[in-house]
Design a protein around this ligand. Structure first.
Ligand SMILES: *[C@@H]1O[C@H](CO)[C@@H](O)[C@H](O)[C@H]1NC(C)=O
Ligand SMILES: *[C@@H]1O[C@H](CO)[C@@H](O)[C@H](O)[C@H]1NC(C)=O
Ligand SMILES: *[C@@H]1O[C@H](CO)[C@@H](O)[C@H](O)[C@H]1NC(C)=O
Ligand SMILES: [Zn+2]
Ligand SMILES: [Zn+2]
Length: 510
C-alpha cells in the first residue's frame, strides 16, 4: 500500500474503452489511453463504466495540443503523422503532466532526498547486459548528476539500498506493468523510494545506436541518466534538449541547463556552492558596462544590470531587449550583449515623445510593428523603428477606465496578444482585431506565477515571466509555472557572474 501511494506514476486504472467520440480523425483507443496515462486527459472517475460521455471533442483536441506542445510539436490539436509517431516512440513510463488535484493523492510531485549520501544497488542484469556492466553504467550515469546535487552515491552489494535497479517485464507488482518490446522502456520512483525499473523485453545495449530510430537496441546509459533524474526527484521536461524529456533519445552527452537548475532547486537551494555548479559565462568583452564591481560607477551613470532591476525585457525581431531608465540593451543570445549597447532608447525609437521617460510595456505585433505603451496611450513603430502612428488603449478594445497596461506579449501558443494590467489579463486577436470573449480574467489563472508581472516574453519557443530580480518559465502544456523556477534573472540572462553581493541583493528584494 505505502509503495503504491508514493509512485511517481499515475497508476492507470484500465478501463475497457468502447466508442470514444464520433468525429473525423478521432484518436484510437490506444491513443486515448496514452493521453490518459501520461496526464494529458483527465482520468475517468474510478468505477465509471462508460467512457462515451467522458471526453468531448474539445477536451480531446485540447489534450492533443498539450501533448504536442510538451513534445515540442506545433500544437495544432490535430493528430497528424508526427503526433502518431509520438504514440509509438520509446519513452519513459512516468507521467508527463502531474495532476495536483486535491482529490487525487496517489502520486507525489516533487520530493528530494533529505540526506546527502545515497546508496544504490543493482539487483540484476538484463538478458543482454550482464550485471557488472549495468553497475559500471549506473556509476557513470550517477556521476553525471552528483556534482549538481552535492550528493554522493555508494554502491551496495547486499541489503536494502536507497536506489535499487532491476530488470523486470510486464506486470511486476508495482501497478505499472511494462508493455513488452518498444514504447515504455523504463520507469522510476521519486524519493524516498528511488527504484529504477527497466523493461527486460527491450534489447539493452551499452552503446548508443547510430540511428535514433533504431528499434533494435536501447542505450542503457541514456535511459539510466533519465531515470536517475526521477529517482532524485525531477519530473519530465518539455524541453527537447533536457535529459528529462520523456521520449527516449539515444545520445545523451550532458545535462541541459534546466536539468542542472532542477537539481539545484531541489538540493542546493540555500548553498553558496549552488552558484558554482552552473556553468556561467564569465567575461564578455562586448559588455564593458556590465561591471561586476559595484564600486565602479560609469561616467554616464549607466545602471549595472547585475545589480539593478530593469524596467522591462522583451523579445523584438528575435533579440532580447532590456530597458532600464533611459537605456536599452540588445542581446542576441542570453548573456551576449550586442556591440554598441547600452544606447538611449530615445536615440533608437525615433519619434517617441520626450515625456515617455521609461519603457515598461513594449511588444512586437503579429505584423512586425513594435508598440510602446504608456498610460492610456501607445506609439507604434515600423520594423525600422520609425514612428508610424500613435493610438489609445481603447483601440485594443480595452475598457476606457483602464489606466495602463503593465505587460503585453504575443503568445506563440495560440498567436493571441495578452494584455495584462496588474491583476487581470485580456486576450486579443490581432488578425480580426477583436477581444476574445470571457476576458478579462484574473492573473491567478497562470498558476504558480506571481502578479503583477513586470514582463512576459517568448524566447526560443518558451514563455517566461519576469518580476523583480527573478523569472519563471511558464509551461503552456501544464498551464502553470515550471517547478524549477523562479531563478535569478541576472545570472541566467545577463552576463553576470553570481557573487555573494548579487545573492544578497536579490534576496532582499520582493
Ligand atoms: C530482477 O530482480 C527483480 C527484483 O528482484 C525480479 O523481479 C526480476 O525477475 C529479476 N529479473 C531477472 C531477469 O532475473
Ligand atoms: C521605415 O519604414 C517605413 C515603412 O514601413 C518607411 O516609410 C520609412 O521611410 C522608413 N524609414 C526609414 C528611416 O528607413
Ligand atoms: C501562428 O502564426 C504563425 C505565423 O503566422 C503560423 O505559422 C502558426 O501556425 C500559427 N499558430 C497557431 C497555433 O495558429
Ligand atoms: Zn521519465
Ligand atoms: Zn516498475
Amino acid at each position: 500500500m505505502g509503495r503504491r501511494l508514493l509512485l511517481c506514476l499515475l497508476l492507470v486504472v484500465s478501463v475497457k474503452c468502447r466508442t470514444i467520440y464520433v468525429e473525423d480523425a478521432r484518436p484510437t483507443e490506444e491513443e486515448v489511453s496514452f493521453m490518459k496515462r501520461y496526464g494529458y486527459l483527465p482520468e475517468v472517475a474510478e468505477g465509471s463504466t462508460s467512457l462515451d460521455f467522458s471526453y468531448t471533442p474539445l477536451s480531446i483536441t485540447e489534450a492533443v495540443r498539450r501533448l504536442q506542445a510538451f513534445a515540442g510539436l506545433t500544437p495544432s490539436g490535430v493528430i497528424d503523422s508526427d503526433t502518431k509517431q509520438l504514440f509509438k516512440k520509446k519513452r519513459c513510463g512516468v507521467k508527463d503532466i502531474i495532476t495536483t488535484s486535491s482529490r487525487s493523492r496517489r502520486y507525489v510531485t516533487r520530493e528530494a532526498w533529505t540526506k546527502k549520501d545515497i546508496t544504490y544497488r543493482v539487483l540484476n542484469g538484463s538478458r543482454t547486459l550482464e550485471k557488472h556492466r549495468v553497475e559500471g553504467q549506473m556509476a557513470a550515469a550517477l556521476a553525471v548528476w552528483a556534482p549538481h546535487a552535492g550528493l554522493t552515491f555508494t554502491r551496495l552489494d547486499s541489503g536494502k539500498a536507497d536506489i535499487e535497479v532491476s530488470f523486470v517485464t510486464l506486470d511486476h507488482g508495482d501497478g505499472s506493468p511494462f508493455d513488452g518490446p518498444g514504447q515504455v522502456v523504463a520507469h522510476a520512483f521519486c524519493p524516498p523510494l528511488g527504484d529504477l525499473h527497466f523493461d527486460d523485453d527491450e534489447v539493452w545495449s551499452e552503446y548508443p545506436a547510430d540511428d535514433e530510430e533504431n528499434e533494435e537496441s536501447t542505450d542503457f546509459f541514456a535511459a539510466a541518466v533519465h531515470e536517475i533524474g526521477h529517482a532524485l526527484g525531477l519530473a519530465h521536461s518539455d524541453v527537447r534538449e533536457s535529459v528529462m524529456y520523456p521520449y527516449y533519445r539515444a545520445r545523451v552527452q550532458s545535462l541541459y541547463e534546466d536539468d542542472i537548475l532542477g537539481m539545484r532547486a531541489l538540493y542546493m537551494k540555500d548553498q553558496q556552492a549552488a552558484t558554482s555548479a552552473l556553468t556561467v559565462q564569465t567575461e564578455n568583452p562586448m559588455a564593458p558596462r556590465f561591471s561586476l564591481d559595484p564600486g565602479v560607477t560609469d561616467e554616464e551613470d549607466v545602471p549595472d544590470l547585475c545589480y539593478t532591476n530593469f524596467d522591462t525585457i522583451q523579445v523584438l525581431q528575435g533579440k532580447i531587449y532590456v530597458f532600464e531608465e533611459e537605456w536599452m540593451w540588445v542581446l542576441s543570445e542570453r548573456k551576449e550583449i550586442d556591440p554598441g549597447y547600452p544606447k538611449r532608447f530615445h536615440d533608437v525609437f525615433i519619434g517617441l515623445p520626450e515625456h515617455v521617460d521609461v519603457v515598461r510595456t513594449i511588444y512586437e505585433k503579429r505584423n512586425g510593428n513594435i508598440v510602446i505603451f504608456k498610460d492610456k496611450q501607445y506609439w507604434e513603430f515600423g520594423p525600422n523603428f520609425s514612428l508610424i502612428k500613435r493610438g489609445r488603449l481603447r483601440d485594443y478594445r480595452l475598457p476606457g477606465r483602464l489606466r495602463e497596461l503593465t505587460t503585453v506579449f504575443l503568445s506563440n501558443y495560440n498567436n493571441k496578444t495578452y494584455l495584462i494590467d496588474s491583476e487581470r489579463f485580456w486576450r486579443f486577436n490581432e488578425d480580426t482585431w477583436t477581444m476574445d470573449k470571457g476576458y478579462p480574467k484574473s492573473m491567478s489563472a497562470w498558476r504558480d506565477l506571481p502578479y503583477p508581472v513586470d514582463s512576459a516574453i517568448i524566447w526560443k519557443g518558451n514563455t517566461y515571466f519576469f518580476r523583480g530580480p527573478r523569472f519563471w518559465r511558464f509551461d503552456n502544456a501544464q498551464i502553470r509555472a515550471h517547478p524549477y523556477y523562479p531563478l535569478f534573472t541576472a545570472q541566467i540572462w545577463f552576463p553576470c557572474q553570481p557573487t555573494p553581493d548579487m545573492e544578497r541583493y536579490t534576496k532582499n528584494e520582493d
